[in-house]
Design a protein around this ligand. Structure first.
Ligand code: MN
Length: 230
């Protein structure tokens, strides 16, 4: 048995719907600007340029219903409602036809963003990590297995902040479909079980304040509630 000089980190994980078992998280890949209206609100053309990706650390995941602190070093802390794909088997250079065979299930996510830091990095051509990959930046609800919900290609995705509708879209508006994203990511990386893919957000992103409650819903997957500490 390996002896470690410090206590090894706890395996990050997310809940599984209707199960006491947990889904272990290996990596979190995120897709930028995957809904046309959101690309436009961010001042970019919603064209079919190849998609671009960024990542969050696995231990940024936060369960449904957990209260998180308002993050440091930002005055413009944003929500982003997203569908999350949970990978269940190794996918390397897979075709779009094979891609969905490697999906274990789907969950609701919130790609929390320090927008001021992200935009400053974007303007200066710097990495997005401080804007996107911070502690508690990835609330993800329970994973629903494909065996119970099937594969998702359409259905409402919404976000309410303090009860007010802020984002409303449909999964059929994704610029890059889930099979296309998996095909492209599997060329860049060997995707492994436990990898998550956050698939982009519809239009309507905006700021949250301390004490706010943010609820993301996706048809068939229920809700994901995140509260910001007062
Ligand atoms: Mn996003």
């Amino acid at each position: 048995m390996t002896e470690y000089i410090i206590e090894p980190p706890v395996q990050p994980s997310i809940a599984v719907a209707d199960s006491a078992a947990r889904f272990p998280v290996r990596r979190i890949f995120c897709v930028g600007r995957n809904y046309a209206a959101h690309a436009r609100e961010m001042g970019k053309d919603p064209d079919r340029d190849p998609p671009f990706f960024f990542t969050k650390p696995a231990d940024a995941v936060v369960d449904d219903g957990v209260e998180i602190p308002y993050p440091s070093c930002t005055g413009n802390f944003h929500y982003e409602a997203e569908l999350v794909v949970a990978m269940g088997s190794t996918a390397s250079r897979v075709s779009e036809e094979e891609a969905l065979d490697h999906v274990w299930g789907y969950a609701i996510g919130n790609d929390l963003t320090r927008r001021d830091l992200q935009l400053e990095a974007r303007e200066k051509g710097r990495p997005w990590d401080t804007g996107k990959a911070f502690d508690h930046s990835a609330p993800v609800g329970p994973v629903h297995p494909v065996s119970s919900v099937g594969h998702l290609s359409e259905g409402a995705i919404q976000l309410h902040l303090n009860g007010e509708l802020k984002q409303s879209g449909d999964l059929n508006e994704l610029i890059w479909s889930i099979p296309e994203m998996i095909r492209i990511l599997s060329e860049l990386y060997v995707l492994e079980p436990g990898d998550l893919i956050m698939t982009g957000t519809p239009a309507g992103v905006g700021p949250m304040q301390a004490g706010d409650t943010c609820v993301v819903s996706i048809a068939g997957l229920g809700e994901l509630t995140t509260r910001i500490e007062a």
